[in-house]
Design a protein around this ligand. Structure first.
Ligand code: HEM
Length: 465
């Protein structure tokens, strides 16, 4: 029995703890409910596993940034271990494999290196803008996802990657990412809640068989995708860059490179389009912000499509981007960290092995930091003093290595979308405006709006050219 002073939190049932209170989807909503009862952080247990949930930025700074060495491990739910066999660095503890793979990711996607992808962003943004000319708004989310899928795929495997079955390949990686997302959630698979079930032999265990199949087929498929970069047949993209860096990052294997491209693809592919989907929703719901940011884009870009050169001249658009990321963070509870050794905080002990969730959702809705937090108000980032950047890219040593790549893609897509199109509410048969919901969601750990009706009107000639 734990005799040390643990952080306060819901007690739940004996043995099971709060396991039965955890929803299989949208766990952030449960955390949000509990957050109101505790001051900045709380702890609960589920079937013997302890969870610390941090709901305020100051506590996240203390625990996940200042004590980052002790809190940078990543728990991998048992189901994900069966599926990945420890090869994906994103889901590994703070160990040598993590360092090797993280190093190459940083080298290829840091702020300077992200600039190398400019022509890629420009080509994919142009193609997105062209396709929106006749799109059914209910299919917007799908097209944004395709935009990000192709962009990230080409960033991984080279701008010349593809061939006839590119869409099929992108779809396959997508399916692998989705399956892994389910395996990451604490309550989707029973094995994640009761790891002791792992003693059941594979011949009798459906989830172990599923895990083995996922890993074997996944390795074959990813090695195939990485092959041109690994063998020097393709010179651009992440895989080819890793091969060029091999002497700097000793010991990195072909399999690690192939699965790291998947890790990056998986972490990046949904976050960007989901953010863009929330952005368009915000533009429909807040026409005064929409008009203001569109006027800024028009005054800088005039008749030609916005490019990266105009970024510094668009402070309001940059604030709109921050506000979108804050208003509806696509990863509301981030990715879990794990405590490598006992940590003391404010007189409490957070024991080794505890999972930590930095609840980004709560931090972005802290009324002290972001007053009137549910209103989309980019001005908060331009005020004196300006609101701090929302912690949407995570914490400490685990902070998102794709954040510059993502923000470049977001900037260019947002600027071009509003330069090319007007977005407004649709009307029903009676001529009454339809207001899309901001609370109905889809996804799980990652969240995006449900398809919504709106009117998209072109404001430029020849967009389809
Ligand atoms: C709007 C876009 C994005 C958001 C909001 C976002 C957010 C996050 C968050 C919250 C984490 C967890 C950090 C932590 O553990 O504390 C993370 C990790 C990660 N992200 Fe992103 N991300 C975005 C785009 C991208 C892109 C485009 C890539 C790749 C090109 C990427 C690659 C990664 C990787 C590899 C990790 C795991 C890092 C590790 O475990 O060391 N992300 N991201």
């Amino acid at each position: 029995r734990e005799t040390r002073r643990l952080p306060p939190g819901p007690k739940g049932l004996p043995i099971l703890g709060s396991a039965l209170d955890l929803p299989s989807k949208f766990i952030f909503r449960k955390f949000d409910e509990w957050a109101n009862l505790y001051d900045g952080f709380f702890m609960f247990s589920a079937a013997g596993q302890k969870f610390l949930v941090i709901t305020r930025t100051d506590a996240a700074g203390d625990i996940l940034e200042k004590m980052s060495l002790q809190t940078a491990d990543r728990p991998t739910p048992p189901m994900a271990v069966y599926m990945l066999r420890h090869i994906v660095f994103t889901l590994e503890p703070y160990n040598d494999r993590w360092r090797r793979c993280r190093r190459v990711s940083h080298e290829v996607f840091n702020i300077r290196a992200s600039e190398n992808y400019r022509s890629l962003y420009e080509e994919e943004t142009k193609s997105l803008i062209k396709d929106l000319a006749h799109i059914d708004p209910l299919l917007l989310g799908k097209r944004l996802t395709q935009f990000s899928g192709t962009l990230t795929y080409r960033a991984m495997y080279g701008s010349d990657a593809g061939g006839d079955n590119t869409d099929e390949k992108i779809h396959k990686v997508w399916e692998m990412v989705e399956a892994l997302g389910d395996a990451m959630s604490p309550a989707t698979f029973i094995i994640n809640l009761i790891p002791a079930l792992g003693i059941i032999p594979e011949s009798l265990s459906k989830w172990k068989q599923y895990g083995t199949k996922y890993f074997t087929e996944g390795t074959r498929f990813l090695m195939d995708m990485a092959e041109p970069g690994l063998r020097g047949k393709s010179q651009s993209g992440f895989v080819a860059s890793c091969v060029r860096m091999r002497d700097k990052v000793e010991g990195i294997s072909d399999e690690e490179i192939a699965w790291t491209s998947f890790a990056l693809y998986g972490a990046g592919v949904e976050t960007t389009p989901y953010t863009l989907h929330w952005f368009i929703l915000a533009m429909v719901l807040y026409p005064e912000v929409f008009r203001k940011v569109q006027a800024e884009i028009d005054s800088v870009s005039g008749g030609s499509a916005p490019t990266f050169e105009s970024r510094d001249q668009m402070p309001y658009l940059r604030a709109v981007m921050k506000e979108t990321l804050r208003w509806r963070p696509v990863l509301p509870v981030g990715l879990p960290h794990m405590v490598a050794e006992d940590v003391e905080y404010k007189g409490y002990v957070v024991p080794k092995g505890t999972y930590i969730f930095g609840s980004i959702w709560n931090m972005c809705r802290d009324a002290q930091v972001y007053p009137d937090y549910d209103t989309f108000r980019p001005e908060r980032f331009l005020a004196e003093p300006a609101a701090p950047d929302p912690p949407v890219f995570g914490f400490g040593r685990r902070v998102c290595p794709g954040r510059d790549f993502a923000q470049n893609a977001l900037f260019l897509a947002m600027a071009n979308l509003l330069w090319a199109y007007d977005f407004r509410k649709a009307t029903d048969d009676m001529g009454k405006e339809i207001t899309p919901s901001t609370t109905e969601l889809d996804g799980n750990l990652l969240v995006h709006p449900l398809p919504f009706k709106c009117v998209i009107t072109s404001r430029r000639e020849n967009l389809e050219a």
